[in-house]
Design a protein around this ligand. Structure first.
Ligand code: SF4
Length: 344
């Protein structure tokens, strides 16, 4: 019988589990500490649990930690890790070290249902949701785990399309019994799935990044079919009801495609759309992907676009391009691996 994973269980779930197994109630906190603070990889290492409790746990569970199965290193220090999940499925996490910070881009699904035109994961189609344990494992089994300062839920998949697992993973990252990280260290990126966006905003204090990519609804729908169900105009209107002036940050991701969304007319529409909202825009350089007729802009064009927005009061940055030599575009490595295994 396949054992279940302890990793990914919240404190409430561990409390229910120890009760069911007849273990002392304080064992739940002890197990959480072994999993999320000491980050052990086997139940035998949980030495403050009695031998009987450990053996009861081992009948049905293991820790569920699994090291990456592959890694690609960039000359700039970025590392793309590949984790096996389920049977012959793979997800990527990208570790991005910088001077005084180190960020991990974490995946939430194998594949994605959103079919964004510019994304390799979108081209894979959807295979499965990750469990909270498989999301947390990308962090605890990361060789550089102790150096991490930030997590961005921007890897493979749409996190709000797998909200229950993502919500649990965010709880484990921020709760005192878990990693006890400040929510300011975590950013969730979404195309804007409305119902779960509300839950994310109400139930967490993590930063929000919205994939925008065009201020023109019709054009955005061509780049991101999700626009048809989740209009960016309605989304921005709704975001006006929340307070982003304090600790929580709101940003809009904008990949600049040459000759598509990089004109001054687009910049003006962007200003109009986001007027009065406490937010910033991150301009992202496009990494070309096979079979997609989109090209990235020159750095000069990106700078002109940024300067126009900034000079009109919209705080705009150009995100540094990292790991270009290892195809940092999300989904490339896992697509190759799953093709090799005959999964796609
Ligand atoms: S960009 Fe994000 S939401 Fe769009 S297809 Fe790729 S993984 Fe899914």
């Amino acid at each position: 019988m396949q054992k279940q994973s302890l990793l990914g269980l919240t404190l409430a779930e561990l409390q229910a589990l120890v009760k069911e197994l007849g273990m002392p109630s304080f064992s739940a906190g002890q197990i959480a500490s072994w999993l999320y603070v000491k980050r052990v990889t086997s139940i035998d290492e949980m030495t403050n649990l009695s031998l009987k409790s450990r053996s009861l746990l081992k009948e049905r569970f293991d820790v569920g930690a699994a090291a990456p199965v592959d890694a690609m290193r960039s000359v700039d220090g970025t590392v793309k890790y590949l984790y096996g999940v389920g049977e012959n499925h793979f997800v990527e996490s990208v570790y991005i070290p910088d001077d005084d910070r180190a960020t991990l881009c974490v995946s939430s699904q194998v594949g994605c249902k959103m079919h964004c035109k510019f994304c390799m994961t979108g081209k894979q189609g959807f295979s499965m949701n990750l469990t909270a344990g498989q999301i947390i494992n990308q962090i605890v089994s990361l060789p550089e785990c102790e150096r991490l300062t930030n997590v961005v839920m921007m890897g493979m998949g749409e996190p709000l399309d797998n909200w229950d697992a993502v919500q649990k993973a965010l709880e484990i990252m921020t709760a005192p019994y878990g990693f006890a990280w400040s929510p300011k260290r975590i950013t969730l990126s979404t195309v804007g799935l409305r119902k779960n966006l509300r839950r994310f905003l109400l139930e967490t204090d993590c930063h929000l990044a919205v994939s925008l990519h065009s201020p023109l609804p019709q054009q955005r729908a061509g780049l991101m079919p999700a626009e048809k169900a989740f209009s960016i105009v309605d989304l921005v209107d709704e975001l006006r009801n929340y307070d982003f002036s304090k600790q929580r940050r709101l940003s809009f991701e904008y990949i600049l495609f040459k000759g598509v969304n990089d004109s001054m007319a687009h910049a003006k529409e962007l200003l109009k759309l986001l007027r009065g909202l406490d937010c910033r825009v991150n301009l992202i350089r496009f990494h070309a992907i096979p079979g997609v007729d989109l090209e990235g802009c020159s750095m000069e064009a990106m700078t002109t676009f940024r300067d126009y927005l900034t000079s009109h009061g919209l705080f705009t940055t150009i995100r540094a391009s990292r790991g270009e030599d290892i195809f940092a575009a999300c989904g490339m490595l896992s697509t190759a691996k799953m093709e090799e295994k005959g999964r796609i």
